[in-house]
Design a protein around this ligand. Structure first.
Ligand code: IMP
Length: 178
């Protein structure tokens, strides 16, 4: 894998496509086991989770619903933590088991607010499945139950993650060069 230049920053290879696929397969298997016989709905948080959602869903063998929603956007390399509302959530989640699919849980502020908004609708349970977890940066109440990799507090792009809207298409994950 080559170094990548996006705007003013250089990124170095961090997690390969093979690394990611192996981790995603394990997550799908764990979910298949844990949610057997349950009424399961996946809520994918756009834009960042589109690639992860696609790969993860190919490994899910359970009957389930998949829905997509947006929350307020994130710009630049520092999380704003602002979430105004959930846009596009049309599925009813009352008395159902929800798995939120996220690209990355960083401070956890976003996911905490999403969970707070979803809880109003009284689902049976809510868990989070993220590709990446920046555990050192986490300040929230809801660490992801399912995640592919715990990573250090450094900015990453690729596999759906962007730097100022670029880099989402990269099939591997790259870390900013410091
Ligand atoms: P949090 O609220 O701090 O957990 O951040 C949530 C959102 O910030 C994620 O869903 C991403 O869209 C974005 N984000 C956080 N860290 C990174 C990163 O290293 N690269 C790209 N986006 C990130």
């Amino acid at each position: 894998m080559e170094h990548i230049q996006i705007h003013d920053k250089t990124f170095i290879p961090y997690l390969s496509q093979t690394d990611i696929q192996e981790a995603v397969d394990i997550l799908a298997q764990r979910i298949n086991t844990d949610y057997h016989g349950k009424d399961l709905i996946f809520l994918s948080v756009l834009n960042g989770s589109f690639m992860f959602t696609s790969d993860l869903m190919k490994g899910i063998t359970l009957p389930c619903e998949i829905s997509f929603m947006k929350v307020s956007s994130y710009a630049g390399t520092e999380s704003t933590g602002r979430v105004d509302e959930l846009i596009g959530l049309t599925s009813a989640i009352k008395d159902r088991h929800v798995i939120i699919i996220e690209d990355i849980v960083d401070t956890g502020i976003t996911i905490d607010k999403v969970i707070k908004l979803l809880t109003i609708q009284e689902p049976s349970s809510i868990e989070v499945c993220a590709t990446l977890f920046k555990k050192e940066a986490h300040l929230g109440q809801h660490p992801p139950k399912y995640y592919g990799f715990e990573i250090p507090n450094k900015f990453v792009v690729g596999y759906g993650l962007d730097y100022d809207q670029h880099g989402r298409n990269l099939p591997a994950i790259y870390q900013v060069k410091s």
